[in-house]
Design a protein around this ligand. Structure first.
Ligand code: TPP
Length: 300
């Protein structure tokens, strides 16, 4: 698996993505790291030849959470921090769909933290991409759960006194079965991590360093370029849990990106007793067509 991530980089580089381009152009700031994440997701879907009608992209609130509006697929733009429970409901109702959740560090590791841990513990077959810019972008630059200690932001003018959350270590400890980190400045590597994450059966976290060029002037592209290195280039074995934990704690002059850990175990869907009767989307609703039409009218 260590080489598999790098193996597809060449193929994914030139894959055409037009089929996944939505009619709305992103309104992110010029240079925002989230453009690279959108492109990486489109490339991953194109590489895997997944039809847009088979994909649901779910989000909460934030600049990054606007992503479902910019990709050609089904989408759900929900409440701040509540993307994962919505995604779990969609996946359980119709496990044939590819469910991808996209959002920010504030959305996922702040207000959505409880959902994050429980989704990983359950191992539903969902791909979660977190655009981690270490700041609240949409609300114009307040400190976030992944902001580094000491940084001055709009809400911490004397320096942040809180230590940051470590999403990679947290994912490993919470039972995520695919744990990776990408960087918007290395887009084909990121696309290949996303493709492997979508193909993985079980909960996949892809935390992405996605620089906010407007409100975070510390963790810039240049800052990351000086520090990041690919785990795959160093022969890291993603089946080695203890080594993955060690790598998760590395954050300083050198910062690893790549696939930290992957394991195949039963998913929540494999174990769900209610599926013995078939999956919900195939079950009759128990309503007459007339009653169904009346309810749809009432909701519109
Ligand atoms: C319940 C609730 N609390 C707070 C907000 C205000 N709010 C909107 S986006 C956001 C943070 C976004 O940060 P992040 O998820 O990191 O996304 P980014 O904009 O940086 O991509 C906050 C606090 C809200 N919309 N709803």
């Amino acid at each position: 698996m260590a080489t598999a991530v790098l193996d597809v980089i060449q193929e994914i580089r030139d894959v055409p993505v037009e089929a996944y381009e939505g009619p709305v152009h992103p309104d992110w700031c010029p240079g925002c790291g989230d453009y690279g994440v959108l492109k990486a997701l489109q490339k991953a879907l194109a590489y895997l030849q997944i039809d847009p009608s088979q994909v649901v992209v779910v989000s909460g609130i934030g600049c990054s959470s606007n992503l479902p509006g910019f990709i050609r697929a089904y989408g759900f733009h929900g409440l701040h921090g509540r993307a994962l429970p919505v995604a779990e409901g969609i996946k359980l109702a119709n496990p044939r769909l590819h469910v991808v959740v996209t959002g920010g560090d504030g959305d996922g590791y702040g207000i959505g933290m409880g959902h994050f841990i429980h989704a990983m513990r359950r191992n539903l077959d969902i791909t979660y991409i977190v655009m981690n810019n270490q700041i609240y972008g949409l609300t114009t630059g307040q400190v976030s759960p992944t902001s580094m200690k000491g940084v001055r932001t709009k809400s911490t003018p004397y320096g942040n006194i809180e230590p940051p959350v470590n999403p990679i270590a947290l994912a490993l400890m919470s039972g995520a079965t695919y744990v990776a980190r990408g960087f918007s400045g290395d887009p084909n590597h990121l696309a290949s991590l996303v493709a492997h994450g979508i193909r993985h059966r079980g909960f996949a976290l892809i935390d992405v360093f996605s620089p906010c060029v407007t409100y975070n002037n510390v963790n810039t592209y240049a800052w990351f370029r000086q520090r990041v290195y690919r785990l795959e280039d160093e022969g890291h074995d993603p089946s080695d849990f203890a080594r993955a934990v060690e790598k998760a704690l590395e954050f300083g002059d050198r910062i690893p990106i790549g696939l930290f850990y992957e394991i195949e175990v039963e998913t929540y869907e494999d174990l769900e007793p209610a599926y013995k009767r078939g999956i919900p989307v195939d079950q009759p609703l128990g309503l007459s067509p007339e009653e169904g039409a009346r309810l749809v009218q009432a909701w519109m």
